[in-house]
Design a protein around this ligand. Structure first.
Ligand code: BMA
Length: 344
């Protein structure tokens, strides 16, 4: 079974003194270090002709391999999901020769324009992985869920959040006896992160906003969404989210950090004031969609602390950056507002 430690961050300072010295939230370098071999996956290395490979879900398998479930956009412009495996999570990827998880619009009409942006959660109680992904059809993007044990056979549960909704991940265990899903519906209230609950993964209710987009000039004003699935630590659910800044020349997708209560994840304990990772490298600033970093998955190293963050760059390729759970928590302690206090 995969490695899914509940992380117990120590109160000791992190190992990277750079970020300790850079606690005003504006200094560089950032809390994440880009891999020198970036981008680690792109269409050039794909076994069949595609337009782009990005926004991959990630998981470390029981055999130690890293598995990426990549969003692959074909040359019609429609997306499907394909598995790439690697022993070190960096190179020598073994990529399925054909789409692993193609859209099935005949049976699932909500997938007529493809499927996108998977977030994978290992669910010990089910002994299966739950994949929350965007299914795209005439009504707009919605959230669909599928289960798998081996990334070869999949059980589709179907649409669990109707359009317009995306950026979803299941928490790995029940909260107060119910499964919990984080997602991002577009409502008249705006594009905020919500949490919903279900007794059976099929029927969902008790919908609540868990994190609001800020307003005005903030980097995460008006539109936010979950990145990779939250990481359970002793201090709470450590959660990366993206903020979308609208500018005269387009959107900038940057990554921020928030911490939610372990037993009541509707409660935001801390929220970073500044973003902590944004487009800087050429492959992030260019591509089909410029100025986008978009993580959908991470794995945690054997030390229980190192985060291997896999992110889509410029909607064109997959890149890797490494960080530390302990350092992210320490950074939040000095760079955050309590809860949602800064939302206005
Ligand atoms: C979001 C999603 C992502 C994409 C990003 C930037 O709305 O659709 O798949 O990476 O926009 O284009």
């Amino acid at each position: 079974m995969p490695l899914t430690p509940i992380l117990l961050p120590s109160t000791q300072p992190g190992r990277n003194s750079e970020s300790q010295d850079s606690q005003d939230g504006n200094s560089q370098p950032s809390l994440f270090t880009r891999h020198l071999g970036n981008p680690i996956l792109s269409r050039d290395r794909w076994p069949y002709a595609v337009n782009s490979v990005f926004n991959a879900g990630a998981v470390r398998l029981a055999d130690g391999d890293t598995l990426l479930l990549c969003r692959v956009e074909d040359r019609r412009g429609l997306s499907h999901l394909t598995v790439a495996r690697s022993a070190n999570g960096v190179d020598e990827w073994r990529i399925d020769a054909t789409p692993t998880f193609p859209a099935e619009p005949r049976e699932y009409p909500e997938e007529i324009w493809g499927i996108e942006d998977p977030r994978i959660t290992w669910v010990p109680e089910l002994e299966q992985y739950a994949i929350a992904y965007t299914s795209f059809a005439r009504g707009g993007p919605g959230v669909s869920l599928a289960l798998t044990r081996d990334f070869r056979r999949f059980e589709r549960i179907g649409v669990i959040m109707p359009p317009e909704d995306k950026d979803a991940a299941l928490l790995p265990r029940k909260i107060g006896g119910y499964w919990a899903l984080i997602h991002r519906p577009m409502t008249t209230l705006g594009a905020h992160m919500w949490i919903s609950y279900s007794p059976d993964l099929r029927h969902w209710g008790r919908h609540k906003i868990m994190l609001e987009a800020r307003r005005g000039g903030w980097w995460d004003a008006n539109k936010i969404g979950l990145c990779s699935p939250p990481i359970e630590t002793a201090k709470g659910w450590l959660t990366l989210y993206h903020g979308v800044r609208q500018t005269a020349s387009g959107s900038i997708y940057r990554i921020g950090l928030a911490l939610f209560d372990r037993e009541n994840p509707e409660i935001c304990l801390q929220r970073g004031d500044s973003w902590m990772f944004g487009p800087e490298a050429a492959y992030e600033r260019g591509g089909d969609v410029k100025d986008v970093v978009f993580p959908c998955g991470q794995t945690i190293g054997a030390d229980g602390d190192t985060i291997h963050l896999y992110y889509g760059a410029g909607d064109s390729c997959v890149a890797l950056a490494t960080g530390s759970v302990r350092e992210l928590l320490l950074w939040l302690n000095v760079n955050s507002s309590p809860g949602d206090a800064a939302a206005s």
